[in-house]
Design a protein. Structure first.
Length: 247
């Protein structure tokens, strides 16, 4: 199936509706396509945790025309969520609104940010068999810098492979000129640095580069980035796709 046909099929399934299994801390947890949980060659599929970076008072990077990173992160994360859900994965989002998820009663921006990150990390501890995918946008002083780059966490051996696959597939599907390489994340990338399971952070592109901004605010390009991440995760799990469209 071509990319666009595949996305169209996924969207048809979405319109048909998917089962909302339960709500966790105000975050929707869902399993797609009749709530059947998909299996991998290795057994039960891991829970996919999607983390749209920033939110609420923390907008992340900013671009021209009041473009804010947190909004693009959420838009791409929603598409990614739907791709996994319609294929039978259990998917959890760390946020589905423009909010910080710090504990109620936390005051001060620094304390709120710390609490927010801690609560995001909690998702990886609550669903121990998980794959953690954090979605972000980059920004740099030099406006010529552009393109997707994937960072991976140091704790799980699968993180590097997943990062490599996403980097390779984004480049081959969307950005043949991109020479960036996947890179190990340091302490400053708290969530993937601390996560125990396979964990990557996808910097989809640069809000400081005009062409990237044009792409990243385009819903079709957003779907293509999400699709590349989705396909890479399937490859990582050793799965064929689509896995449940015929069922
Ligand atoms: Zn960010």
């Amino acid at each position: 199936m071509t990319l666009l046909k595949y996305i169209a099929a996924a969207l048809v399934l979405l319109l048909a509706g998917y089962a909302v299994a339960s709500g966790i801390s105000g975050v929707v947890r869902m399993t797609g396509h009749g709530a059947r949980r998909v299996s991998t060659p290795g057994g039960r599929a891991p829970v996919i945790i999607i983390d749209p970076g920033h939110g609420g008072i923390d907008g992340g990077a900013t671009g021209p025309n009041n473009i804010v990173e947190k909004d693009i992160n959420l838009e791409i994360a929603f598409i990614l969520r739907d791709l996994f859900a319609v294929n039978g994965f259990e998917v959890v989002m760390t946020r589905e609104e423009d909010i910080s998820i710090h504990d109620p009663g936390t005051s001060g921006i620094r304390a709120q940010k710390r609490s927010d990150l801690r609560n995001r990390l909690d998702f990886t501890e609550r669903f121990t068999d998980n794959i953690f995918i954090s979605v972000h946008q980059n920004k740099f002083g030099d406006p010529d810098q552009r393109g997707t780059q994937i960072f991976y966490g140091p704790n799980h051996p699968g993180s590097e492979l997943l990062a490599e696959l996403v980097q390779r597939n984004v480049v081959s599907m969307l950005q043949p000129e991109n020479r960036r390489e996947h890179k190990r994340g340091g302490r400053n990338l708290f969530l993937i640095y601390e996560a125990r399971g396979p964990a990557i952070l996808v910097e989809c592109g640069f809000l400081s580069n005009p062409q990237d901004v044009k792409n990243l605010t385009d819903s079709q390009y957003q779907a293509q980035i999400a699709f590349a991440i989705f396909c890479s995760t399937m490859e990582f799990l050793g799965m064929e796709f689509p896995v449940s469209l015929a069922g």
